[in-house]
Design a protein around this ligand. Sequence first.
Ligand code: C2E
Ligand code: CA
Ligand code: CA
Ligand code: CA
Length: 279
Amino acid sequence: AKQNGRARWMMFDQTMQEGALRRLTLEAELRLALPDGQLFLQYQPIVSPKDGVIRGFEALLRWRHPVLGMISPVEFIPVAEEIGLIGEIGGWVLGEACRALSVWQQTSASVLSMSVNVSAVQLNDGRLVELVTRVLGETGIAADSLKLELTESAVMADPEHALAIFKQLKSLGVRLSLDDFGTGYSSLSHLRRLPIDTLKIDRSFVSAMDTHGDKRQIAEVVVMLARSMGLDVVAEGVETSAELNILREMGSDFVQGYFYFRPLDVEAVVAALSRQNAG
Ligand code: C2E
Ligand code: CA
Ligand code: CA
Ligand code: CA
């Protein structure tokens, strides 16, 4: 039987075998990652393009595995969703990010916001409102300084359900962003009914927008749509001054990207804020 199993195993194509093995490894290792302290957050500043001042941060989850090294959230978040770990991990992220903000807010001259990514699975697990209520209570941050980011596709998969949850979240006073906007298929009628505050233009429309008229046009439509609905716009993935200038002209309220800051460790955030306070 062992011989037989081995023969079948050999029939796997090499990359499939490696992919399947890595996947199994990640599933097993991810269960240990949170209790073992391998997960941590970086914070990417969200900046006003007019004056370059930091207005807030997006919390971005990181996994440093002792043997495999850094593993991208693009790879492990779907694993966490599939094996039922995203509730626990997402709860930890929210608490950690809000605790960090409560500390930074005490020494910052300006009002700061914290944006936290929420998985589609969390939107549907029936515990999100309770989680947010608890974390706001524990950390004491102003509810309107917390922004929850949900992807356009997660929301539009079941707009009626999203609307019901969003109404409860809004009654807590938190703010809501539609992430990766432009990559999903929003119906305008659904969009209008959702009590959201911000549209985030996906990086795919920002990257090289100076040389690609089609991308620029999509970004422009998003800005105009946001204007007409009274929403803020954040452009993500701004890497060059050419992109920044276009977004400034369009009237994007906020920008986020390597041009200003990469995602930062806590110490680097504190340094950036104290430079800002001094300046
Ligand atoms: P996202 O929410 O769209 O986050 C923005 C991503 O763009 C981040 O990648 C950020 O590092 C990257 N980025 C920002 N500016 C630039 C730039 O100028 N150039 C380039 N090339 N990239 C830029 P990251 O940190 O790898 O996260 C990838 C995705 O993983 C996120 O996309 C989000 O969907 C997911 N994610 C990250 N943290 C969490 C989390 O705590 N919970 C959940 N549910 N998802 C998370
Ligand atoms: Ca995001
Ligand atoms: Ca995004
Ligand atoms: Ca994105």
